[in-house]
Each structure stands twice: as structure tokens, then as C-alpha cells.
Design a binder for this molecule. Structure first.
Ligand code: GLA
Length: 387
């Protein structure tokens, strides 16, 4: 169905052509636990979700890239010979950043026409940008006959975000969008890039995502600031532990033994979050493997408290959703997910109570915040693919 629709759109927007049209899809992700530690060499535990970015693509015989989104309804046209000039585009810069990296790798591609149908809510903390980057990279590489390792695609997209968009993101989002597997979350060691699929069988529980609908943009948010606070903390701690490369290399005991080296009070809090969140990921996954959802969720709750009080990336809207979820009898766990400062929460809710949960939380949210939150029950899905 979506293919027929996008085929019509591509012919309507760019005119008919003899080139074959191909279709690709990449998902957003929900991070179950392990927040703000991918760039600190820690473990994260994301899963790909059934909100996706879909692309229709066909070749051009020149150096022009054309981009169009079904919701935005305008065409971005860029010449690959001079990609530097489009860095500040409001929309299109993620895609062009990816093309830029492909060219920098010396791969020979020509132009292409893209139609995007993006169903990962923008700026929601569900990695809409990674879905766009990954689907762009995968589609154009396939179109021009390149078979790149999946992990390399994730790394290429991350580099595009660093160098073209200017956000110093970790690897988690691009990794999850590339590697996702139906009904599994991924335990990724962001230091070694080793990963394992872990089945997420919640029996009578569902994963519910609540969206604050508070828009945030990573670039303008405090994301890069948090990252540099962590670097500062690490360099202070290295005075005692010169061999440690990342905050997440520290045990809690080691952290305590050098915490006084950290001069700045905020940096101290950031480091404590990183060290403890990493340990929480490992403990929570251990619990999940034993099917102990109750303990798994306890760690989710602790993760939120730490993000709120130590890492300080939560906000009133996220706290209203999470703290009210905690008060519901059939909710085992709830926390913010993604970079924070807005975006979404993830809650583990007894399936038979999901409707009541949504009714109750949305009423309280609208009363306190003044506008509506939105909700959906999330299914864990596969990563990028041709459809
Ligand atoms: C964003 C980044 C990720 C990660 C999360 C926070 O989604 O893109 O790399 O750092 O924030 O966990």
C-alpha cells in the first residue's frame, strides 16, 4: 500500500522516468535503559520500534540529489559537487550529511530522487533523525550496488551527524535503527561495539510510549554541553586512574575513591549518573533474562531519578508523565527515554490496564501542562530493510 502511494508521489513530484523505483524502511527506537552513556563507553539497551521512515528512491544521471517529504511538501535540491552550502537547511541536512560521508569514503554514486514518508514523530526522543539517516544511507548504497557492513552504516551515519549537523551523538540510535530485531532489545557495549539480542517477552505487560509533545532539538539542546561535562569529569578522574578511557570503565568504588578530584559540582553529578547507569543496565538485563520484569522495572525507575536529579536532562513535562505513571497500580516502571528535555517516556503497563493508564495520565497531563500528550503501545521491530 505505502509503495503504491509513494510511487504515485515520486512520479507526481519529479515527473515520470524510466528508472526503477525502490523502497526502503528504517525504524526509530526506544531506549529501555542506559541513557546518556553511549558516548561514555557504557552499555545501552535499545529496541527498534514500529514507527518508521520510508523512502522511495530512483537514480539520476547527474550529481543532483532531490529530497521531498510527504508531510513537508517541498523539494530540497542539492548538488553533490558542493555539499558544504546546505549544512544549515532546516530539513534535508541529515540526508545530505550522509551523502557527504559516502562521497568522503570515495564511493562512486550519482544523483538520486528521494521521497520520504517519516512516521517517527520529529524531535520526540525516538530517533527520528537516525531513522532518516539510516534509510538514506541504506537506500542510496543499495541503489548504486554497494554492500556495506551494517555496523559501518551505523558509524557512517553517526559521523554525518557529528560533522555535518554538528551534534556529537553517541552510536546508540543509528545502531538500533540498523540492527533492530523483532521482539528483541539489543545490549550494546558502546566501547567495543559488541552486542547481543535479548528477547523482550513481557507476558501480560505492554510497552507504552507517552509523548510530551514538547518539541526539542538535539542541536540546540544541552546535549553537547552534557557531553563536555562528562569529558571534564573524566579528565579530572584520570589524575588517579590514568588508564581509564571512559567514565563507564569505573566501578562505583573506584568512582568514590576519586570523586574529590572532580572540581565542578555539576560534573561530579554527571559522572555519578554515568557510572551508576552503566551498572543498572547490566543488572536490569540480568533480571529481564530471568523473566523478572518487576526488578527490571525497578532499574528503569532508578534510571529516571538519576536522569532527573544527577544528569538533569528531564523537564517538568517528562516528570509529570513519569511520576504519575509510578502512582498507577498496574504500572511496573516508567522513565524518560532518549536525550531528554522533552520527547517521550517509556512505561511498562499491565496490558489489560493500558486503556485506563492512557485515560488517567492524559487527563492529569493536560490539566498540569496545558496541552495534550499522546500515547501508543509499541511493538519491537526489525531494523533497516528494503520493502
Ligand atoms: C540521543 C543520542 C544518543 C544518546 C541519547 C541519550 O538520542 O543520539 O546517542 O546519547 O541521546 O542516551
Amino acid at each position: 500500500m505505502i509503495k503504491d502511494d509513494l510511487l504515485n508521489v515520486i512520479n507526481e513530484i519529479y515527473g515520470k522516468s524510466d528508472e526503477t523505483v525502490r523502497f526502503f524502511q528504517a525504524p526509530g527506537r526506544v531506549n529501555l535503559i542506559g541513557e546518556h552513556i553511549d558516548y561514555n563507553g557504557g552499555y545501552v539497551f535499545p529496541a527498534a520500534i514500529d514507527k518508521v521512515s520510508t523512502v522511495a528512491i530512483r537514480k539520476r544521471n547527474d550529481s543532483i540529489i532531490k529530497l521531498y517529504a510527504t508531510d513537508l511538501r517541498y523539494v530540497v535540491e542539492a548538488d553533490m559537487k558542493n555539499l558544504e552550502q546546505y549544512k544549515n537547511l532546516k530539513w534535508g541536512n541529515y540526508q545530505l550529511g550522509v551523502i557527504d560521508q559516502i562521497l568522503k569514503k570515495g564511493l562512486k554514486i550519482k544523483g538520486a530522487e528521494f521521497i520520504f514518508d517519516d512516521k517517527v514523530p520529529l524531535g520526540s526522543g525516538l530517533s527520528s533523525s537516525a531513522a532518516i539517516e539510516v534509510v538514506t544511507a541504506y537506500a542510496i548504497l543499495q541503489l548504486y550496488g554497494y554492500k556495506m557492513e551494517k555496523m559501518d552504516i551505523a558509524l557512517l551515519c553517526q559521523k554525518a551527524e557529528h560533522e555535518y549537523v554538528g551534534v556529537k551523538c553517541g552510536i546508540m540510535d543509528q545502531f538500533a535503527s540498523v540492527m533492530g530485531k523483532k521482539d528483541h532489545a539489543m545490549l550494546l557495549d558502546c566501547n567495543t561495539l559488541q552486542y547481543e539480542y535479548v528477547p523482550v517477552k513481557m507476558d501480560e505487560y505492554s510497552i507504552v510510549i507517552s509523548n510530551t509533545n514538547k518539541k526539542r532539538s538535539l542541536g540546540s539542546s544541552m546535549y553537547n554541553k552534557r557531553r563536555s561535562e562528562c569529558e571534564q569529569a573524566l579528565s579530572d578522574m584520570q589524575k588517579k586512574f590514568p588508564d581509564k578511557k571512559y567514565l563507564c570503565d569505573f566501578s562505583y568504588k573506584e568512582f568514590l575513591s576519586c570523586v574529590d578530584e572532580i572540581i565542578d559540582e555539576d560534573c561530579k553529578k554527571r559522572a555519578e549518573h554515568a557510572v551508576c547507569e552503566n551498572l543498572r543496565v547490566l543488572d536490569s538485563v540480568k533480571a529481564l533474562r530471568k523473566n523478572d520484569i518487576f526488578s527490571f522495572c525497578k532499574y528503569l525507575n532508578l534510571s529516571h531519578i538519576s536522569l532527573r536529579d544527577l544528569y538533569e536532562v528531564s523537564c517538568k513535562e517528562l516528570d509529570v508523565l513519569v511520576e504519575n505513571a509510578w502512582m498507577q497500580k498496574d504500572v511496573l516502571g516508567s522513565r524518560m527515554t532518549g536525550a531528554g528535555f522533552g520527547g517521550c517516556t517509556v512505561s511498562i503497563v499491565k496490558s489489560e490496564s493500558v486503556e485506563t493508564f492512557i485515560e488517567d495520565i492524559s487527563r492529569v497531563y493536560s490539566e498540569v501542562v496545558g496541552y495534550d500528550a499522546s500515547f501508543y503501545v509499541c511493538n519491537i521491530s526489525d531494523g533497516v530493510k528494503e520493502i
